[in-house]
Ligand binder design. Structure first.
Ligand code: FES
Ligand SMILES: [Fe+2]
Length: 362
């Protein structure tokens, strides 16, 4: 159903506080998130092994958590270390604990084979800890399959239409052709848009008397992490002249909650007027307002698909990025499926096909 051997964003670091027990459904599994006394995040199966009460309704005791139904206590490795009224603890009593890493404000979780949890595979979201960038964190919960949001992020032509009055401002973005190259774990997209107009939200941040050149360069890697370099400057300046440029960096991560709902963690950083908190707030609210435009469109799209799931989609040229990404994802899922269950399907299709658009656009 989902790629398992991969790092997903489970939470913003500020969502998991020293004393709280946070429940979050990730890839269809209810997960308990909390911190040990030294601040290390723990992600544990939230379903108590005794009678399946949720552990997030339990009590944190030092580095341990106690289920507040009948009192079983688990340490941070998931081992059951106390059963009230019973001296012997069967060795199989315990909770699954997932590998986690806190890095640059995100708490990452690995829900596949723990032996394969390689921290070097975590995408480089450098702007989230770099002093040259200012930003605030944001989050939305979508009622749609996460792949439809991946599709959206892999094709910025929609900025011209969905975001006409926010991030877009002109049909020029949809009219430009992106360059898409494949990466080992995703795709790289570059879309320069020359001799165009600033986006409506740029008007609040700078002044450009004439035409501008805009750029969007990003990597989009599995499971659904976007690292974007974008901005604009007056047309006609030399390539290395950024004297009037507005430069942005954005990091965004999609984590399936279920087959039909998705956690969306995102930020947009500005690299100018760093000490102006009003700019940070304006940029953050502009991105959030635009992402609610996406959410409205994609949730409506999901409803249409649910109404007639068998109807084919018709590919167009701008689907190139999403088609390539889905191919990467499918290959990784096929490899995982083959490893987990070598004889799933004689046709080779396996049990975990990425949604039908991949067939229609390839
Ligand atoms: S359900 Fe947790 S202790 Fe009984
Ligand atoms: Fe969008």
């Amino acid at each position: 159903m989902f790629l398992k051997n991969c790092w997903y964003v489970a939470a913003w670091d500020h969502e998991v506080l020293a004393d709280n027990l946070l429940q979050r459904t990730l890839l269809g599994e209810s997960v308990l998130l909390y911190r040990t006394e030294d601040g290390k995040p723990v992600a544990m199966d939230n379903r108590c092994c005794h009678r399946h009460a949720p552990l997030h309704m339990g009590r944190k005791e030092g580095d341990c958590v106690r289920c507040m139904y009948h009192g079983l206590k688990y340490d941070s490795s998931g081992k059951c270390i106390e059963i009230p009224g019973q001296d012997v603890i069967p060795p199989k009593f315990g909770q699954r604990v997932y590998p986690t890493v806190q890095l640059r404000r995100w708490i990452w979780i690995w829900m596949g084979d723990p032996e394969k949890a390689d921290e070097s595979l975590i995408p480089n979201t450098f702007a989230m800890e770099h002093p040259d960038w200012r930003w605030s964190p944001s989050y939305l919960l979508y009622k749609s399959n996460y792949l439809y949001i991946c599709d959206n992020l892999l094709d910025f032509s929609h900025l011209s239409y969905v975001h006409e009055k926010t991030l877009g401002g002109s049909p020029n973005i949809a009219e430009s052709r992106p360059e898409v190259t494949r990466l080992p774990r995703g795709v790289r997209v570059s879309r320069p848009v020359r001799n165009t107009v600033p986006a409506p939200y740029h008007m609040r941040l700078g002044s450009f008397p004439g035409e501008v050149d805009r750029w969007f360069k990003y990597d989009f890697v599995v499971p659904g992490v976007l690292i974007l370099d974008s901005g604009l400057k007056s047309s006609g300046l030399a390539d290395d002249d950024f004297s009037d440029a507005l430069c942005f960096q954005s990091c965004q991560a999609l984590t399936p909650e279920t087959e039909t709902s998705t956690h969306y963690f995102f930020m947009l950083a500005h690299g100018f007027r760093l000490d102006d908190a009003v700019v940070t707030e304006s940029v953050t609210q502009s991105q959030r307002a635009a992402f609610i435009e996406d959410k409205t469109m994609i949730e409506a799209q999901q409803q249409m698909i649910d109404n007639s799931p068998a109807k084919p989609m018709m590919p167009i040229a701008c689907d190139l990025g999403l088609t390539q990404f889905r191919r990467v994802l499918q290959e990784m899922m096929d490899a995982e499926g083959a490893a987990a269950s070598p004889s799933t399907d004689a046709s080779g299709a396996g049990p975990m096909r990425v949604l039908h658009i991949s067939k229609e656009t390839t």
